[in-house]
Design a protein around this ligand. Structure first.
Ligand code: ATP
Ligand code: MG
Length: 552
């Protein structure tokens, strides 16, 4: 990981040198209430990366303390995504496995006079809390006796009260300048079935109470989280100390990662999925790990990107083009080259013998010659791209137009002789001639042409669907400046998916889901795992070939 940008590494080094810890333990603690996104990848890379580097351990811990939003589907997808990113957890834990322990620690707080049952409702609690400039007011229930609190807490657990009727609050300081310390709620009643504990519990610990206990129970040494928890650090430390936990994990905050032209919170992603703006959590337009995977991103590219974005304290919105840069870099040497025509226009080569087929040699990857060669058929009828022809071209147009000659990649020069139109005047076919002297690889130097076009043979090619993507959110910085009056749904790009029906080289017959190719002139594509079939391959464009983006 970047030496200069990683202040967390400095802290860990000091802690190991001073003997505060002999081994570090980190954790990645997702709540299973949605799929992971690229922001989570940052947390994964930091937590697993640091533990690997310092020979420590990392737990994958599901922070599953809210039964209302959590689901086994999310648990499964999170495990899959972490593994796919290339990390192995040392332990797999569920916070819900510690419910009994957490309950005991809450009882301990009550016995010490550090927690009480409050009958105020949520609105009243908010009202009593005060503001940043005014102190809060104490609840009339704050002075309940320890015996009464113990009795009520036990009855809460037994299910004697309805949702919201009572809560357990830490007794800290209603006048604290840190609002988080004004007697935060630490247990609430929720009569709901939990994905792991079923109906065993009807009271659940709140995040601010549960999280420090989870870390301490597991012996986590460095609890790395995002900066929005900075103000909660005093409460985190209060919980660990007052609950008399043996281990004292240290909370350290780093900046959230954001990308331009997207949304990143699970709540918003879930809304896009539920309201069918996209085709599931793995839609290639989403910044989810599963969406990026389906689009064709590689774990290497994602890891390199996250590391390059750095581990600063600051909140960073990173240009999505930087992510694209890393996938191009990764695929450059790995992806076989091929040709595909996305918007076909038929070309008949009138002087090519009918019924004849030649199998031409083409390098699989000129940047990686070890990948060998492929064979591509050439015959009298081929397809070129509609966009590579103009009847009345502007100056400096070097592709096909009447009378012009171009090179067909890996094949011959062809010259446009005649245009065939349908009754509406649309060009439906070109008649061309080819020059047998100009065969690729023959060393022909007789004359030069400026345009090189991709093409596929019409009789041998396979049908294929191409899915081209544009950013899902039209506003680059929506993540940063979305206010009350600015709903992200108003910024959803309705033209974010374009589907084209075209043709590919026949040697791609056995291409499997998730195989990646570079289509000449079009960019890198991935075989879509959801929609591709052996009858018709479906490709997602990962990224185009060129970008103006320069890595700093
Ligand atoms: P979201 O707001 O997107 O739902 P979250 O923070 O609620 O995310 P958790 O499941 O609680 O999601 O996150 C697990 C870990 O990943 C936490 O430690 C969290 O701080 C970290 N994390 C979440 N989003 C980001 C992000 N954008 N950048 C870096 N780390 C993140
Ligand atoms: Mg959350």
């Amino acid at each position: 990981m970047e030496e200069n940008s990683n202040f967390i590494k400095t802290i860990i080094k000091e802690d190991l040198e001073s003997g505060k810890h002999d081994k570090i333990v980190t954790r990645f603690p997702p709540e299973p209430n949605g799929y992971l996104h690229i922001g989570h990848a940052k947390s994964i890379v930091i937590n697993f990366g640091l533990a690997d580097e310092f020979n420590g351990k990392t737990n994958l811990r599901f922070d599953d303390t809210n039964p209302l939003k959590e689901d086994q589907e999310y648990v499964d997808s999170i495990k899959e995504d972490v593994s796919w990113l290339g990390y192995e957890w040392d332990n797999l834990f569920f916070a819900s496995d510690y419910f009994e322990e957490m309950y005991k620690r809450a009882v301990l707080l009550i016995k010490k006079g550090k927690a009480y049952i409050d009958d105020l409702n949520a609105d009243q609690i908010r009202e009593y809390r005060g503001t940043l400039t005014e102190p809060g007011k104490e609840s009339p229930y704050r002075s309940r006796s320890i015996e009464e609190n113990l009795d009520l807490f036990e009855r809460m657990r037994k299910g004697e009260f309805g949702n919201g009727e009572k809560v357990l609050r830490a007794k800290i300081d209603m006048a604290s300048p840190n609002v988080n310390l004004r007697d935060p709620v630490i247990y609430r009643i929720a009569h709901a079935t939990h994905h792991n504990t079923g109906d065993k519990w009807c009271i659940y610990p709140m995040y601010a109470f549960a999280h420090p206990l989870e870390d301490a129970i597991e012996g986590v040494t460095h609890s790395l989280c995002t900066t929005e928890f900075e103000d909660q650090r005093p409460l985190y430390e209060w919980v660990v100390a007052e609950c008399e936990m043996e281990a004292t994990p240290q909370q350290i905050e780093f900046g959230r990662l954001n990308l331009t032209n997207t949304v990143m919170s699970k709540r918003k992603l879930k809304q896009l999925v539920d309201e069918k703006y996209v085709d599931g959590w793995d839609d290639p337009r989403l910044p989810t790990i599963s969406g990026l995977r389906r689009k064709g991103y590689t774990p290497e590219a994602i890891r390199e990107f996250v590391m390059a974005a750095g581990v600063s304290k600051g909140f960073s919105t990173v240009d999505e083009q930087m992510l694209e840069h890393f996938v191009r870099e990764d695929l450059k040497l790995k992806a076989p080259r091929t040709m595909g025509v996305l918007k076909p226009l038929k070309v008949v080569i009138t002087n090519y013998p009918e019924g004849e087929v030649e199998w031409l040699d083409a390098e699989i990857n000129p940047e990686n010659p070890e990948m060998g060669i492929r064979k591509i058929p050439f015959s009298r009828e081929i397809y070129v791209e509609q966009d590579d022809f103009m009847e009345n071209p502007p100056a400096k147009y070097f592709r096909l137009f009447p009378g012009n000659e171009v090179r067909l990649k890996h094949a011959y020069f062809i010259k446009c002789e005649e245009i065939i139109k349908d009754e509406n005047g649309n060009v439906i076919e070109l008649r061309c001639t080819y020059d047998p002297e100009t065969k690729s690889g023959s060393g022909f130097t007789g004359r030069k042409v400026k345009g090189t076009l991709h093409w596929v043979d019409a009789t041998h090619s396979l049908p294929a669907e191409f899915r081209l993507y544009e950013p899902l959110i039209r506003d680059a910085d929506l993540n940063e400046d979305e206010g009350e009056d600015k709903s992200f749904l108003d910024y959803v790009n309705e033209n974010s998916l374009e589907i084209l029906e075209g043709f590919i080289e026949p040697n791609m017959k056995d291409a499997k889901a998730q195989d990646k190719f570079q289509f000449f002139r079009h960019g890198y594509f991935n075989v879509d795992p959801k929609h591709s079939t052996s009858e018709k391959h479906v490709f997602n464009r990962i990224v185009s070939l060129k970008s103006s983006f320069k890595l700093k």
